[in-house]
Every structure is written in C-alpha cells, then in structure tokens.
Design a protein around this ligand. Structure first.
Ligand code: 5MM
Length: 340
C-alpha cells in the first residue's frame, strides 16, 4: 500500500471550499428520482442528466464525484468518457462498490450491506477505469429502544473494515459510510447514542483490519432528530452534538469528514454544515458528500427537457456554492437568497 499516495488523494477530496457530489444512485434509486419528475429512466436519460451536472460551473466546488457502475463506463454525447469530463473539471472520479443491503437473518427489520465477494477484482477494474476512491454505505436503522441490535452494528462495521482494507490494497481511498437513518420518531439524544455506538464499532474494526486512517474519508450522518419526532432540534443543537460526537469517536489521523444529507432539506443540510464548521478549529476538514441535497433542485428544474439544461445547471451550481461556503463556515442567508 502506498500510504502517501492515498493520503494525497484523501486530502484532495476534502480540499478547503470543496466537497463531494454523490451521484451514485443505483438503477432503482435513480428511477425513483426520475419518476418524481416524470422522466423515463433509460440509460441515455441517466447519461444526459449526469453529463449535465458534470459540465456545469458548479463543478468548481466539487472535489470528487461518486459514480455508479453504469456511469463510470458511459461516454458523454460527444463520445468523451464521463470520467474524463470529471477530471477535466478538476475533480476526482470515485465509485460506489457496495451492492446494496439484504435482510439480516435473526434480526427482523435490520439489514447488512453486501458486495465483498470478488471485491478485490472489481476494485482493480475500477482503478483501471479511472476511479481513485470508492464508497461503501452501511445502513443502520434505529427505533426508540430495540434497534439496532449488536449483531447489525457488528456485521456492518466488519464489512466496512473489510471493504476499506481491500480498497487501500488496491490503491483506492475508501469512503467509509456508516449511515444511521433519520427515519422514525426518535429524539436527537437517541440518534447521538446510536451513532456513537456505531462509530466506535466502525473504528474498532478499522483498527483490527489494519486500515490506515490517513488514507480514508469518513462519511457519517449528522446527529439530528428523527424526521417524525415531534420535537425537532435546532441548528445549534445539531452542530453541537455532531461536533461532540466526532471529538469523542473520530481519531485526528482521519484527514476529513464528508457528511451525507440523509433526507434533510437542501437548506437545513447547508445550515447544519455551516454551523458545524463554525465550531472550529477541529482536527479534520469537514465538508459535504451530498446526493439529494445537491441534486433535488436541479432535478426539479431539469424535468428531462433540453430547454431547461442551463437553468438546471445554475440550480446545481448554486447548491454546490452554498455548501462550499458552509464547508468554510462562511454561508449566510443573504448569500442563499441570491438568485440561483
Ligand atoms: C446517492 O445515493 C446513494 C445511495 O444510492 P443507493 O441507495 O441507490 O445505493 C447514497 O449512498 C448516498 O451516496 C448517500 O446516502 C448520501 O446521499 P444523501 O442523499 O443522503 O446526501
């Protein structure tokens, strides 16, 4: 393993004032997004949509793009590989390598992320296609007391450790994504407790499996109230609890933390990231690795029409710029309200 090369890529992924675009929706997920805007989910429409994002000015604020297997192999309309478009925009191509979740035997309602079989071969192939980092998402469901089970936390953390070690051996920086879901009516205290349990188990596995912390990026959820909780914690409390959790659980050797948005509104995902970054100085770069919170606005504007491409690119660029400001703790509502 060339740790110095991994560390260089990891640091570039969290370059100050930039963040990561999660454009790795699997075929089923992108179909749901396209259904919502009445666009047919064909390979060409998926290509056109993603090409539109990768050619936008907003890429100035994007350090890396997480791709799905189909996308990393696709060419733009003029024949240029999409990977090249990303590189030409000064961004690093990455790849989602997990193969989704499956029900976890003995643990009703819980899942384990799969995809370790033949992963070493797949990583070598993705490296050859231009990927320099990878992503694996563990999904941790929670309720007020019973879930997550010790089993679910352990098997998901173990898989993240196996994946991360294999990535580093293949020369790819692993994004380690343990997502504690925000669905449900639990309060923010429950989210904090469960996220802390999960995070501690993940770093235990990373140590056991000899993952070099300097050559990885952490992609966690923020500590927030469950979406259906009657009492919603405010921005200050979310920032305070998220920073407290990171300080307790994340070693300073990790170069950066790139949060997922997890279903937060665009505005809240930005406001939370900004408030978190105003709590500095902290040992890690703290930025975004958003899917929905970067793409919901351009998807609505685009609606599958060529005539809307420019406006959709402006909508994407605006969200990317706002989150880039938040990654420096420099976002304001005045800037938010400037025309997209
Ligand atoms: C872009 O969405 C990714 C999930 O795709 P699948 O569910 O189809 O595998 C997801 O892993 C994403 O990268 C993260 O959850 C961050 O996205 P959000 O929308 O939570 O910011």
């Amino acid at each position: 393993m060339n740790l110095s090369a991994l560390n260089t890529v990891a640091l570039a992924m969290v370059t100050p004032g930039k963040g990561i675009l999660a454009a790795d929706e699997s075929t089923g997920t992108i179909k749901k997004r396209f259904d919502a805007i009445a666009v047919e989910s064909t390979a060409q429409n998926r290509r056109d949509y993603r090409e539109m994002l990768f050619r936008s000015d907003g890429m100035t604020f994007i350090s890396g793009v997480i791709l799905y297997d189909e996308t990393i192999r696709q060419n733009a309309a003029d024949g240029t590989p999409l990977v090249k478009l990303i590189e030409q925009a000064g961004s690093i191509p990455g790849i989602k390598v997990d193969e989704g979740t499956q029900p976890l035997p003995g643990c009703p309602g819980e899942t384990v992320t799969v995809g370790l079989d033949r992963l070493a071969d797949r990583l070598a192939a993705y490296y050859a296609l231009g990927a320099r980092f990878a992503k694996w998402r563990a999904v941790i469901d929670l309720d007020k007391d019973r879930i997550p089970s010790m089993t679910a936390v352990h098997v998901n953390a173990h898989a993240l450790g196996r994946y991360a070690a294999l990535c580093q051996a293949a020369g790819l920086v692993p994004i380690v994504e343990p997502e504690v879901l925000m669905d449900g009516d639990h309060d923010i205290g429950r989210c904090f407790d469960v996220t802390r349990r999960v995070m501690n188990e993940v770093f235990r596995e990373l140590r056991i499996q000899r993952v070099a912390l300097e050559g990885m990026i952490l992609k966690p959820n923020m500590v927030v109230s469950g979406q259906k909780c009657p009492v919603q914690a405010g921005v200050t409390e979310v920032a305070d609890r998220t920073v407290q959790l990171l300080k307790e659980c994340v070693p300073a050797a990790v170069p950066g933390v790139a949060f997922l948005s997890g279903g937060q509104s665009d505005a809240l995902a930005t406001a939370h990231l900004d408030a978190i970054n105003r709590r500095g100085p902290l040992p890690w770069m703290l930025t975004f690795s958003y899917g929905r919170a970067l793409q919901a606005a351009p998807q609505r504007v685009w609606a599958g029409r060529t005539a809307n491409v420019r406006a959709a690119q402006r909508a994407f660029s605006h969200r990317a710029r706002m989150n880039a400001l938040a990654s420096r703790g420099q976002w304001t509502t005045e800037r938010e309200n400037e025309a997209a």
